[in-house]
Design a protein. Sequence first.
Length: 76
Amino acid sequence: MEITAEQFEKFKNSLPVQRGNVTLPNLQVVNAILFIAEQGCKWRGLPERFGKWHSVYMRLNRWSKNGVLERVFETL
């Protein structure tokens, strides 16, 4: 299961604006998180097409602590 760009448009404003030297777009991070949730695999088992597992994990952790995920869920 992956979110399309059209679906992402519905809640992208709930996510923080990317600044600086960011290599992973938010859409790719959301799809990586969905992959982990759906497959139930360990973070290190994340396929390379989603980027570095540690980068995805750190962004999810930051979003969770800052209430970003709650805003996304409320929007959806």
